[in-house]
Design a protein around this ligand. Structure first.
Ligand code: F6P
Length: 344
């Protein structure tokens, strides 16, 4: 008899999720395993909404963004632990493969005693512990980098400063990675509150040197020294209810007022999540799918598939169920940016 194993994608989507699904299904195709897709993250468990995952269903899914299973970053298990376990047991699954970010794993940590789990860390924010990198980050980083490169043309044409807002919540990886690889003039991340006077002096110096336009990349959770992050709105019931936003617009207005340099802002928003995955993310997810299949066959529940020293491997699930992994202000990327004359 085939073992029934669930596969679920939870939290905000990340490029590469479909790669995980396709690779896992393909790698398990010749084993006595029935893979059951859970629709819309935790919602599918609560509602018993599932689908059959066969090689025919997932063929060539790897190339697209989103997740063919659907996802949700709005529901949690908090206060619903019993309901969750009852619903999960009703699905008659031997175990669950769950791709998610900190919200998903925080939710799963509440029911971990009743669910055999294999964790698959994913987020464009790159802020999960226990893995060197999360898939989706490279693709989102490319979106930021390409946007800055493209916007520089109009910034230069109009002699303007353009402030580009990157996602990332409390972590500055996306702003830092995208800003560094596009050689932005300034990068503002939550982990290093910026100094308004120093940023102003930096911009005035660039302008005095004859530079026509300037590009600033700001993480949505960034803030100036002595200030705090801007929360745009809250999604009640979401494991991480605060939604950040508004800092780029605020900085653009401030730059114009303080320096006289005309300024605009661009919020990249969900474009960062909705791009077909880069080859780097595809390598990671293909290798992860194969490792997940091995873990299923070896009954290696209670583990996560992670990237360590450039290799896809496995580690205890508890390694990824930790508070967000933030940018160390001494990180080598920060040092490289500083050496390039970028304000950070
Ligand atoms: O965690 C991923 C992420 O894209 C964050 O970078 C961002 O702050 C948040 O999700 C946006 O959430 P939503 O899709 O609910 O707007």
């Amino acid at each position: 008899m085939k073992k029934r194993i669930g596969l679920m994608t939870g939290g905000g989507d990340a490029p590469g999720l479909n790669g995980i699904i396709e690779a896992t299904v393909r790698a398990l195709a010749h084993h006595p395993i029935e893979l059951v897709g859970i629709r819309d993250g935790f919602e599918g468990i609560y509602n018993g909404s599932t689908c059959s995952l066969t090689p025919e269903v997932v063929l060539n899914a790897h190339a697209s963004a989103g997740t063919l299973l659907g996802t949700s970053n709005k529901s949690s298990t908090k206060g619903r632990e019993e309901e969750f376990l009852k619903a999960f047991n009703a699905l008659k699954l031997e175990g669950l493969i769950a791709a998610g970010g900190d919200g998903t794993f925080e939710g799963l940590s509440r029911v971990i005693k009743g669910v055999k789990l294999i964790g698959v860390p994913k987020t464009i924010d790159n802020d999960l512990q226990g893995t060197d990198v999360t898939f989706g980050f490279d693709t989102a980083c490319a979106v930021v980098s390409e946007a800055v490169d493209a916007l520089r043309a109009t910034a230069d044409a109009h002699r303007r400063v353009i402030v580009v807002e990157a996602m990332g919540r409390t972590a500055g990886w996306l702003a830092l990675g995208g800003g560094l690889t596009s050689y932005a003039d300034a990068i503002l991340i939550p982990e290093k509150p910026f100094d308004r006077d120093a940023l102003k002096a930096h911009l005035l110096k660039l302008r005095a040197s004859g530079q026509r336009g300037a590009m600033i990349v700001v993480g949505e959770g960034a803030f100036a020294k002595g200030e705090s992050a801007r929360i745009a709105f809250r999604v009640e019931g979401s494991p991480q209810a605060d939604r950040f936003g508004g800092i780029a617009e605020q900085i653009a207005r401030w730059v114009e007022q303080e320096t006289g340099w005309e300024s605009r802002h661009v919020v990249l928003g969900h474009l960062q999540r909705s791009r077909h995955p880069t080859t780097t993310d595809r390598f990671i997810t293909a290798a992860m799918g194969v490792e997940i299949a091995r873990m299923v066959m070896e009954n290696a529940w209670g583990n996560a598939v992670v990237v360590r020293d450039g290799l896809v491997t496995r580690a205890p699930l508890t390694d990824i169920m930790k508070p967000a992994r933030l940018v160390d202000p001494e990180h080598r990327w920060v040092k490289i940016a500083e050496a390039l004359g970028i304000y950070i």
